[in-house]
Design a protein around this ligand. Structure first.
Ligand code: URA
Length: 189
């Protein structure tokens, strides 16, 4: 069994926090397991919980459209969440739930060894970039941590609620494309 398969099997059996009681499916991750770019959301919503794949609901469709602008699709990136099971009523995942789950994401990062990690929204950015991260001020900025370039975009669900944020996100996507050109080895688009 590969490192990925063993990790996914362990994650699918996980009962480390109470979210296991209400989940339909563990949402482990999706995309290319040798990708140079990793996107990280906060946690599965209803559709993701039902289908067992990340970002397949309305926010996911918007994300797919946004990323297609810069020639990214799930054949050339990997996507996962901070917590792998749906928080009831889509509330923010609790610190304790994040603590119980974050080891799976850390292992995913070790296996993938991405060049760029893109946090989708405040929760992922606070957990992975800086606990004081302010998404309204710091989205689109890049920081290097342990040799990995990290940035955050507005969460696509926020862009569904507030269309006025979309021009800024378009600029952030162009900055992401530029960073990909600088630091990734493969060609995109
Ligand atoms: N929102 C997230 O943060 N992750 C998903 O997988 C879906 C919606």
């Amino acid at each position: 069994m590969s490192g990925w398969d063993a990790l996914e099997a362990a994650c699918r059996d996980c009962r480390a926090c109470p979210l296991c009681e209400t989940r339909h499916n563990v949402v482990f991750g999706d995309g290319a397991r040798d990708a140079e770019i990793l996107f990280v959301g906060e946690g599965p919503g209803q559709q993701e919980d039902l289908q067992g794949r990340p970002f397949v609901g309305a926010a996911g469709k918007l994300l797919d459209d946004m990323l297609s602008i810069i020639d990214l699709d799930r054949s050339n990136y990997y996507i996962a969440n901070i917590v792998k099971c749906r928080p009831p009523q889509n509330r923010d995942p609790l610190e304790s739930e994040q603590d119980a789950c974050i080891g799976y994401l850390r292992r995913q990062v070790q296996l993938l060894r991405p060049k760029i990690i893109v946090c989708l929204g405040r929760i992922a950015a606070k957990r992975l970039i800086d606990e004081n991260f302010r998404i309204t001020r710091e989205h689109g900025q890049f920081v290097e941590k342990s040799g990995v370039w990290m940035t955050a975009l507005y969460h696509p669900a926020a862009l569904l609620r507030d269309q006025s944020k979309r021009p800024e996100t378009f600029r952030d996507l162009l900055a992401l494309r530029e960073k990909i050109r600088q630091v990734c080895e493969r060609k995109y688009g």
